[in-house]
Design a protein around this ligand. Sequence first.
Ligand code: B12
Length: 208
Amino acid sequence: MAALNLISEALQKGKAEDVKKMVTDALAEKVAPKKILEEGLIAGMDIIGGRFKRNEIYIPEVLIAARAMHAGMSVLEPMLIKAGVKMIGKLAIGTVKGDLHDIGKNLVAMMYKGAGFNVVDLGVDVAADKYVKAATDGADIIGLSALLTTTMVAMKGVIESLKEKGAKAKVIIGGAPVTQNYSDEIGANGYAADAASAVEIGKKLLGK
Ligand code: B12
């Protein structure tokens, strides 16, 4: 059996093709997609995040690991969706204006898909009017991601724009610099520190 720690190790080394193959093998061996995601891919990316923080590795290594993560996710995503139950709500999620970080946002999107949500990925560097349009188009939840202290301030503007248009969608926010205090301060409906709790909060907000 493809051990999940081997997936994590290959991801950390940036071996995209190996990660893709090991994820495919693990799925063929009936390992649960959520387990592969959490104990293989997310576990590896968490280690990369920590090593980058301690200056043990630099941006190129992080980018290569991120590419391996995306390679694994490309195989896993349809399975996570398949494993999910019927659609329980619609999430539109994007990284706010000026911010290009998308790994965490993609993870949250994937976990929502796996939990049975219809997910619209708005991408990165998303302006407020795009979130407003997504809400008008029927999103129950708007997800805002920011990884920079300089871009998290844009979240407040998005919430104000949504209020101005009378949008009923609930707003959840997250990303490394974001806190529960900040969420309360700008009037978001929920905050989560990781992708799994992000889903719990979304379900709670919709009364599921
Ligand atoms: C990978 C990375 C990059 C990659 C991004 C690749 C990509 N496709 O995303 C690259 C190399 C491009 C990059 C660029 C930059 N980066 Co950068 N980057 C990182 C790094 C190492 C990891 C981020 C990551 O992916 N983590 C893994 C994921 C899984 O975690 P996460 O994003 O936090 O997401 C989880 C939760 O936060 C939460 N979550 C996330 N989004 C959401 C949304 C919702 C709705 C909810 C509920 C929850 C939620 O759930 C996720 C899953 O559990 C961080 C360091 C760190 N430890 O965070 C720095 C970091 C964020 N970067 C930083 C900086 C400074 C930059 C640059 C400005 C560097 C430069 N000088 O050019 C540029 C900015 C580019 C831009 N305009 O956006 C700083 C930010 C400092 C600050 N406080 O503002 C950090 C903290 C590094 C550091 N210690 O200095 N970066």
